[in-house]
Write a protein of this length. Structure first.
Length: 251
């Protein structure tokens, strides 16, 4: 039965059960009792498992070496869902201690399965929001990577930090302004649009774009910013017309 087919009380019991099993088996030689949760077809069961890792890490900080050992052993599993769950679990730890789990993201970026690479993007987003200094420093080392997909994934991964602190990621985005790959430049334009409609961000983004040299890409970004203010009008601080007026006055 899927996670959300269960009643609320039953879900609470299952969450507690998964956490207890993982804590009990985390020091075991054989991790077979844990594997079904990491490989479950239901994404919410897998989410419960990686959130349990995060809770155990916070409540039992001394178990970190055992947690890392467990994740390393599971990370070589043939099932991409297991590797995906490992990356997400590492992301929960990386919110506080990125250096302890950095290797999972170095490897995850190169994984053959897109679901694992997407887990890297999602984890970078959640870690970068609350633990930006080491996460962004790590991400910056991949901005000029020869693999275009890695450059695109890093660009996408740092987006969430930019929604509240655009000044933290704009210098990184600027390094991609002449990227020759369409998928990278399209993601770059998308990310600029996503950070520009948040409270207090438009002025910062526009001021920075004025210093960019790739005028064609900047024009695309401006159009995206204007369009985003309409597409997300229920969430944008400014109306589309107010955004247009600001851009017209300051750009």
């Amino acid at each position: 039965m899927a996670f959300y087919d269960l009643a609320k009380q039953e879900r609470d019991v299952l969450v507690k059960q998964i956490q207890e099993v993982i804590l009990k088996e985390i020091t075991a030689v054989n991790h077979l009792p844990i594997l079904p949760y990491f490989s479950d077809e239901d994404t919410y069961i897998r989410k419960t498992a990686y959130l349990a890792i995060g809770k155990i890490y916070k409540m039992h900080i001394g178990q970190l070496p055992n947690i890392i050992k467990l994740l390393n052993e599971l990370f070589v599993h043939d099932d991409f869902k297991v590797r995906q769950t490992v990356v997400n679990a590492a992301g929960e730890i990386g919110k506080s201690d990125f250096m302890a789990v950095q290797s999972f993201f170095d490897q995850g970026l190169l994984d053959e399965h897109h679901a694992v690479r997407n887990a890297v993007i999602g984890s970078v987003k959640k870690m970068g929001e609350v633990n930006p200094t080491p996460v962004l420093a790590w991400a910056a080392t991949y901005l000029q990577h020869p693999d275009k997909e890695i450059r695109r994934e890093i660009c996408h991964g740092i987006e969430l930090r930019g929604r509240k602190h655009p000044q933290d990621i704009l210098p990184m985005l600027k390094q991609l302004q002449f990227d020759p790959t369409k998928r990278v430049s399209s993601t770059l334009v998308h990310v600029i649009g996503q950070i520009a409609y948040k409270k207090g961000c438009l002025a910062t983004v526009i001021a920075d774009l004025k210093t960019w040299q790739n005028k064609e890409l900047v024009d695309q970004a401006i159009l995206e910013i204007i369009d985003v203010h309409e597409r997300y009008k229920d969430f944008a601080v400014l109306s589309q017309q107010e955004a247009i007026d600001y851009i017209s006055k300051h750009f």
